[in-house]
Ligand binder design. Structure first.
Ligand code: GLY
Length: 362
């Protein structure tokens, strides 16, 4: 395996808490990454973290926290900006659709002090699934509502229905469909009967994503919340649900410990209870970055299908984990990278390098 010094990562004392099956791996120290605030800062200032597409989210969430609202309101108001952005093809309005060209959205949100979550999955026609998930959290005894039931619930709460498939996402979907199978009745790009200058470059530029936005916040009381929201796997089977709306997979909060979340290949995150494991690792004493790396190690160790492994026996997909501890320490780690995550700890929003489990994808 072409991995990064599999010996020394778990040499620290905290490693003793690792699951027995964890294989030791080590992250590349990334320039400019800062994972821990000083004791003097801890819990005296709020902190917000997000995935790399979350600069607007951490900025808005920090404004909301500074305005005295709860971490739950802060994270949802933060990610709504990205859900509304037609250019982010991994989330909300403008997200890539399922194989039938229909945008289906997933989201979950968890309030640390109440230890209550809300989630929606396979929601159509509503561009802010995080806001619908928040209504599930606050207005029902349930945790998750899916599909047509989620749409009815959203309608009942006055959410506006609209077509979420932007022209850009529709074109991407049609290109994917055309190039799916050379033997079907759709002509691949190379076969199309249109002037050469109108051809796009190749089938390789079809956008594809497991992309998602995760956002977590801690306020000056040390109270935590987290949200994850996504359009999920591009061109998925209709009804496919990823990790983002699954409490304990795409997002989790233990208010006396920390918050955690995930982006990337949802099937692997669900089958590792990813966010729950990150939170438990922190509860067992791991710093946030180590807590994330251990879960990526766990995923690597439990990826058995050959089609999901590269020539070196490593997962051939991306998963990124995020962790925010109650004292404001934070960290993130990704399977291959390079990849960044967003942080706002009171001064200004910035992007930091995620730690990496493996140096390269191949
Ligand atoms: N992580 C997003 C998804 O797999 O749906």
């Amino acid at each position: 395996m072409n991995h990064i010094d599999r010996r020394s990562f778990l040499a620290a004392g905290a490693a003793a808490a690792a699951a027995a099956s964890c294989t030791p791996l080590r992250a590349t120290p990334a320039a400019g990454r800062q994972t821990t605030r000083t004791d003097a800062d801890a819990a005296t200032r709020p902190c917000v973290i997000s995935s790399g597409n979350g600069m607007p989210a951490v900025t808005r969430a920090m404004e909301v926290l500074n305005g005295g609202e709860s971490p739950t309101d802060a994270v949802v108001k933060g990610v709504v900006l990205v859900e509304n952005d037609p250019d982010d093809m991994s989330v909300g309005y403008g997200g890539l659709p399922n194989e039938h060209g229909v945008v289906e959205l997933d989201s979950s949100v968890m309030d640390g002090p109440m230890h209550k979550a809300g989630a929606v999955a396979a929601l159509q026609n509503i561009k802010n699934p995080s806001r619908v998930a928040l209504r599930v959290l606050r207005d029902t005894d349930h945790v998750m509502i899916v599909g047509e039931g989620a749409l009815q619930f959203a309608r009942a709460h006055g959410f506006q229905e609209e077509n979420l498939l932007t022209p850009k996402a529709r074109k991407a979907w049609l290109k994917w469909k055309r190039n799916l199978n050379p033997n079907d009745d759709w002509l691949d790009d190379a076969q199309r009967l249109i002037p050469a200058k109108a051809q796009s470059n190749s089938a390789n530029d079809i956008p594809f994503t497991w992309g998602t936005i995760h956002c977590a916040a801690v306020d000056t009381n040390g109270d935590l919340s987290a949200v994850t929201t996504t359009s999920g796997l591009s061109y998925k089977l209709p009804g496919r649900v990823g990790d983002s709306p699954i409490v304990g997979a795409g997002m989790y909060v233990l208010n006396d410990v920390g918050a955690a979340g995930a982006t990337g290949r949802g099937e692997s995150v669900i089958q590792s209870c990813g966010a729950f494991q990150v939170a438990q690792n922190m509860a067992n004493g791991d710093d946030p970055e180590t807590a994330c790396l251990k879960v990526l190690t766990w995923i690597a160790d439990h990826t058995k299908r050959q089609d999901l492994l590269n020539a070196n026996g490593q997962p051939n997909f991306e998963v990124t984990m995020y962790a925010l501890r109650k004292d404001g320490a934070y960290g993130s780690a990704t399977m291959h990278g390079p990849r960044k995550f967003a942080v706002h700890d009171g001064n200004e929003p910035r992007l930091l390098e995620c730690a990496r489990l493996f140096e390269t994808m191949n």
